[in-house]
Design a binder for this molecule. Sequence first.
Ligand code: BES
Ligand code: MN
Ligand code: MN
Length: 470
Amino acid sequence: MPQASTPQAALSAVLEHIGKEQDRYVSDLQEFVRIPSVSADPKHKEDVRAAAEWLMGRLEQAGMENVTLVETSGHPGIVADHLHAGPDAPTLLVYGHYDTQPAEKSDGWVHEPFEGALEGGRIWGRGSTDDKGQLICHINAAEAWLKSGGGLPINLKMVFEGEEEVGSFHFAEILDKTGDRLRADLLIVSDSPMRGEDKPAITYSLRGLSYFFVDVDGPGSDLHSGIFGGTVWNPAEALAHMLATCKDPKSGKVLIDGFYDDVVEPTAEERERLKEVSDPDAVFLKNTGASALFGEEGWTPTERTGLRPTFEVNGIRAGYIGEGSKTVIPRTAHAKVSCRLVADQDPHRVKELVATHLKKVAPEGVRVSVELHNLGHPVRADPDHPMFVAVEKALVDTFDNRPALLPEGGSIPAVADMQKRLGVVPILVGFGHKDENMHAPEESFRLKNLFRGTEAAARIYGEIAAQKRG
Ligand code: BES
Ligand code: MN
Ligand code: MN
């Protein structure tokens, strides 16, 4: 491969390469989406591994080196690198996840969830936008630099995990096993939505998560509600009562003692800046399909998702909900509850606060247990970091639009882990869209963003190298 004479010439060759490979990018992603790598479902354990192996093959083909499968007590991680840009060039770590949420055709899919159908300029399928289509942009970009740009302008490392959608429980094992191998200056993650059609975004914060199982035990067995009704606390009602005390139905404030203690209040400047890029209430209303919005008083919907913590009941199960009726007082009741957290809330502390609250309001005669199921720490990056400027320029050049700086409400637990363990500066640049149905039926990914995401990633690598050169 002849070395291009200037960085500009190299980039032109890279972009030309990307333009020519579009068909292959699409068929590759189709192959990837066809592997049902559902991390939550033990039945798909081998499929998750198959996706990991597919990824290894793709990384080898792209010219990445030291492609390694890292075993964990759960699903494996994949690590690769290419470290030939010299000791003065910056080192960039790319993270993504190759596992997906579950999907069944009967959930309301029109397209088969694991076929990767192409229609209307999109690829349809579970994992297409979250996160297979986004992570593959980085492999395509690395390949373009290696095959047509005379080599990568930065030292590049990649880590992909297969447990993000179940809380990244064993991600620490990947970090333990790889030691210093993943150390880098900067972390790039493409696993979030853009601001809108043709409007890129740089995400500067992610919420954390504290997810727990709440179990309420009452009488020694299910009871006849005629013989015993009116004599003991019904666990289903006790649970409903307890959960209802957690949030004010008018103000939407969480009523758990200490819940807001560690919340970092945004500056007036941050709120002002956010106003310019906030979606109007009407857009949220339409996107939710609900008949009214509800949330914490004093904050806009964008602020509620980006800057404020929440308490949510994700599911409740108790008593008889089969065919017809059954007059029974159930012995137990169960709920799955989670809180989205913002800096500097700690998921363990929040779990303790919730447990203390629920036990305090539990009526006499029921036993309550609250167990932490999974957790993620909130992430906050510094939008004034010089590397943001480099990424911004790459996005402007790709999308012809300035990126919006956005806080996001979703969680990617591994990011805070890497921030802490590897000392990396995280920059989140997603190529997805809010209407691409992450986690819902009919997930899709715009093909134009497969191409532009690849271009943006390639430009980001170039700009980061240039930034360092000064
Ligand atoms: N890609 C999402 C996270 C995300 C969503 C970031 C929207 C920014 C905007 C990720 O795959 C995800 O779904 N994470 C889970 C994590 C949980 C299982 C610990 C989430 O947020 O629910
Ligand atoms: Mn994701
Ligand atoms: Mn997800």
